[in-house]
Design a protein. Structure first.
Length: 373
């Protein structure tokens, strides 16, 4: 367990599935060098197949006795999908006359599977009881990481200063036990360098007091970032004070540090005549319980009560938090905290506080880690 723990809260009532977070992450970290198929941040439609395919059935994590469970390593081609490109070069010479449609902008290989293949499909019968919602997913920077426990090389470490979980790429030998051990399948194999790689919680940004790119760019303003022990932080208030933000599949035993405000705002169901069934629940609470545990019932009640209170009295700190007026409130990151570590060790204030990730031969050329004089 680390001395302090950074956490992220995501309000699922506000996610619009725009994938801006996904693109922010991909362009920053995973658009080349064997990482093309990886989505350190992905947003999947629930119910749905997920990414990688059926990740919830692939094992890993811990049983009730604390023993690491066996897991399956997904197949890159079949379970994640190989990214395809488009024939942009052909556009310059494309003949736009009728009957020639097939020659235009085409995938360069036949797409067979990919993230969000079943986006927005959901389940149920339209319009009476169909539903879906989005679940954005990053590495949970778990307190008890399955990936770390599974690694025989001690290549995965959890930073003491903030609980960020990273891979020391020089130690990693590409055995992939970590991928089997992570029940969220949020660590990926890079076939180009034969190493495992994962979300780094944008630690070079965090150390400068900036939120991760996915959170900064989020169009729905669904993401809050801060230290769990900081009582003034909105993550602390949503997780500990109001208890409306819950971890995903905490039954996996890894103690995740990404929390979700469950979706409560779906419309009621319709009967055969198209009339509203008062009091009906379009998103089944059993499904939410399976995802977020039994505490989801209390969380939903608190959310509904506070919404009602706000409507009646105009007052509710919780509703104000969830409206997310200001980035400065949503992201409570303390760069002075990190600078103290830098000063203690006599390092530049711009240098990463822990060099195990950034000094490896596979990462030191990344410009984000270069300290300019
Ligand atoms: S989500 Fe998976 S990869 Fe991330 S810390 Fe937890 S076990 Fe490791
Ligand atoms: S940017 Fe925000 S609203 Fe858009 S998909 Fe990502 S988490 Fe959801």
């Amino acid at each position: 367990m680390s001395k302090r723990q950074l956490a992220m809260v995501m309000d699922l009532n506000k996610c619009i599935g725009c994938q801006t977070c996904t693109v922010a992450c991909k362009t920053q970290w995973t658009n080349r060098n064997g990482r093309e198929y990886m989505y350190w941040n992905n947003v999947e439609t629930y119910p749905g197949t997920g990414y990688p395919k059926k990740w919830m059935d692939l094992g890993g994590g811990f049983d009730a006795a604390g023993d690491l469970q066996e897991g399956i390593i997904p197949n890159i081609e079949a379970d994640y999908g190989v990214p395809w490109d488009y024939s942009y070069d052909s556009l310059a010479t494309f003949d736009y006359t009728a009957g020639n449609e097939k020659a235009g902008l085409r995938p360069t290989s036949e797409p067979t599977w990919g993230p969000n293949w079943d986006e927005d499909e959901g389940t149920g019968n339209f319009p009476s009881d169909n539903y879906f919602f989005y679940i954005p997913r990053i590495c949970n920077h778990c307190t008890n990481p399955g990936c770390l426990s599974a690694c025989p090389r001690d290549a995965i470490f959890k930073r003491d200063q903030d609980g960020v979980v990273l891979v020391d790429l020089d130690r990693c030998q590409g055995y992939r036990y970590c991928i089997a051990g992570c029940p969220y399948k949020k660590i990926y194999f890079n076939p180009k360098i034969s190493k495992s790689e994962k979300c780094i919680l944008c630690f070079p940004r965090i150390e400068q007091g900036l939120p991760p790119a996915c959170a900064q760019q989020c169009v729905g303003r669904i993401r809050f970032v801060g230290f769990l022990d900081d009582e003034e932080s909105q993550v602390h208030k949503l997780v500990h004070k109001y208890k409306v933000a819950l971890p995903l599949r905490s039954d996996y035993g890894t103690q995740p540090n990404v929390y979700y405000v469950p979706p409560t705002e779906a419309p009621a169901k319709f009967d055969a005549e198209g009339k509203v069934i008062e009091g009906s629940q379009r998103v089944p609470t059993e499904e939410l319980e399976a995802l977020f545990g039994k505490d989801v019932h209390t969380a939903i009640k608190i959310l509904k009560d506070e919404k009602e209170k706000r409507a009646k009295t105009g007052e509710s700190e919780l509703m104000d938090l969830l409206i997310a007026y200001h980035h400065s409130d949503m992201f409570r990151l303390d760069n002075n905290y990190y600078q103290e570590f830098a000063k203690e060790s006599g390092k530049s204030l711009l240098a990463p506080i822990d060099e195990r990730y950034s000094s490896g031969k596979n990462t030191k050329e990344i410009t984000h880690f270069k300290v300019h004089a």
